[in-house]
Design a binder for this molecule. Structure first.
Ligand SMILES: Nc1ncnc2c1ncn2[C@@H]1O[C@H](COP(=O)(O)OP(=O)(O)OP(=O)(O)O)[C@@H](O)[C@H]1O
Ligand SMILES: Cc1ncc(COP(=O)(O)O)c(N)n1
Length: 506
């Protein structure tokens, strides 16, 4: 059948779901940090509905494993059949399997049911060093790998699956990831948790063109904590859930990695156990923030800048009509240059957006910027003397936005983006109201320009942008929220400097 754009899009759409139904087939950790207990928390934290078919019972805590009991495999089959006879499963995460008989049962079930998304975390040895897979079952586990869409081995597991020695550096790990992906025909998530040093990168690797590149690296900073019990379990089940919600592995890891970082960073508040404690899966719920609280804080920060803007000669003279034409032309020319850079930054926000609605919102914003830029050239700059040279304030402002987009954090980027909507809308509203209140004087040289400020579509887009930032702050870690605040304040200062630039540099 000839491929049409529709046939390319449809399968992706068909697998996406707002609340994914995710089944974990894994072992139980009664202390709640790893295994199915961690999986169910991760799935819920990522917005999914979690289910669990238990392969094995362990007796363990944060200090180690003291016992493993693998129930008769028939009972695992009964659990899987009970789920399969009643419930549609959107994604499956497979964790601890225990022995070869369990692996065989899971292999049989996967072959029969063929779930749309299968993530396999090849659990072999716990953080504590205790075995969770019989040595004799390693060959059977290797045979299971091709039935998964995503495999998430840590560095010792990656080496063991390839029959090689453990990678001591990131490049070797990536090369091993490529070999495993090629051998299994699926995607491998190479994890940097076991590396030394301040960085903790992860990477998605696929050698048959399923990703935007063969190797997509997600850099990350290492959290200084020993509470890493269950990070591997949590990551794999969160990925299974996010994949169904967002449609592809890269979007999923873009959301899951900052969440996991926050869960590690906030783990100390749990105070569970004396050893390697669990991570805080619901750290984002525990931020104490009420809806609108974060944006109210941003507004408090923005208010002095707004006052500073209204005190500028540029704004006062634009309002009264006394503004010199040279300064107005300088402002317009810099605005056109700025909008071009801003459009690219909005396109980056669109690329990082966690939902299609937000992706579309920023993409529309990027398009509007280019339309307004060309309108400036056509109608406002065509008849004026102005230089198209990049001014120092414009450059510094755009550089700041580009740096925010390079941070990789969607939340930080959109916080940096917001002042251009919010302060501009506010300044525009006040200028327009002032013009109307003064009786819209005849012959005001900037009357046409002041009228452009009464744009309801822009006011509506501003309200939507504020909502997006509030939600992004709600799921961000405290450190990320501080970075959002900083990026926002800096952009506010550039807004003021931008209106003052015609006086200083024009
Ligand atoms: N100290 C840390 N700081 C930040 N991220 C970390 C840290 N430790 C692990 N991670 C992240 O946690 C995830 C699991 O990585 P890791 O390589 O530790 O796997 P694992 O050994 O299977 O996990 P587990 O600790 O559950 O056995 C990866 O996304 C990794 O980047
Ligand atoms: C039931 C079960 N499954 C998986 C792990 C691995 O998790 P970790 O490597 O963090 O100990 C575990 N400890 N227990």
């Amino acid at each position: 059948m000839a491929s049409s754009p529709h046939s390319l899009v449809y399968p992706l759409e068909a697998t996406r779901r707002r609340v994914p139904r995710v089944l974990s087939i894994a072992g139980s950790d009664p202390s709640g940090g790893a295994g199915i207990q961690a999986d169910l928390k991760s799935i819920a934290a990522q917005g999914g509905y979690g289910m669990a078919a238990i392969t094995a019972l362990t007796a363990q805590n944060t200090q180690g494993v003291t016992g493993v009991h693998v129930p008769p495999v028939d009972f695992l089959r009964q659990q899987l059949e009970a789920i399969g006879n009643d419930i549609e499963v959107d994604a499956v995460k497979i964790g601890m399997l225990g022995d070869a008989a369990v692996i065989e049962e899971v292999r049989r079930w996967l072959g029969e049911v063929r779930p749309a998304v299968v993530v396999l975390d090849p659990v072999m040895i716990a953080t504590s060093g205790d075995r969770l897979l019989a040595e004799s079952a390693e060959a059977a586990l290797r045979e299971l790998l091709p039935l998964a869409d995503l495999i998430t081995p840590n560095l010792p597991e990656l080496a063991m699956l390839l029959g090689e020695s453990e990678a001591a550096d990131w490049d070797t790990a990536l090369a091993q990831g490529k070999r495993l992906a090629a051998a299994c025909g699926n995607t491998v998530l190479v994890k940097g948790g076991h590396l030394e040093g301040p960085g903790c990168p992860d990477a998605l690797v696929n050698t048959v063109g399923l990703l935007s590149q063969d190797v997509v690296v997600f850099p990350g900073e290492r959290v200084d904590t020993r509470n890493s019990h269950g990070t591997g379990c949590s990551l794999s089940s969160a990925m299974a859930t996010a994949k169904v919600r967002l449609g592809d592995w890269e979007s999923a890891l873009r959301v899951v990695k900052p969440w996991l970082h926050g869960a590690l960073a906030e783990s100390a508040v749990l105070e569970v156990g004396k050893g390697n404690g669990p991570i805080h899966h619901f750290h984002a719920l525990d931020n104490g923030l009420q809806p609108r609280e974060f944006v109210a804080r941003l507004w408090d920060e923005a208010r002095p800048e707004l006052d500073a803007i209204h005190a500028l000669d540029f704004i006062k003279d634009l309002q009264s009509g006394a503004l010199g034409e040279t300064h107005f032309a300088y402002y317009l020319a810099q605005d056109a240059i700025y909008l071009n850079g801003y459009s690219r930054v909005l396109a980056r926000a669109s690329a990082l957006a966690p939902s299609e609605a937000e992706q579309l919102f920023w993409a529309r914003g990027a398009q509007t910027c280019l339309e307004v830029e060309s309108e400036l050239h056509r109608n406002w700059l065509a008849t004026r003397e102005s230089s198209n040279k990049l001014g120092p304030v414009t450059k510094a402002y755009v550089d700041h936005l580009v740096a925010a987009s390079a941070s990789g954090s969607y939340a930080v980027l959109v916080a940096a983006i917001l002042p251009c909507y919010w302060l501009y809308a506010e300044v525009g509203r006040q200028l327009h109201d002032g013009y109307v209140e003064s009786g819209a004087p005849e012959g005001h040289p900037y009357a046409d320009w002041l009228r452009t400020y009464a744009d309801e579509a822009f006011a509506e887009a501003t309200r939507k942008a504020i909502d997006i930032i509030d939600v992004a702050a709600g799921v961000a870690s405290p450190a990320e929220r501080e970075a959002m605040l900083e990026a926002f304040i800096r952009s506010c200062r550039y807004e003021t400097a931008f209106f003052d630039a015609p006086r200083v540099h024009g």
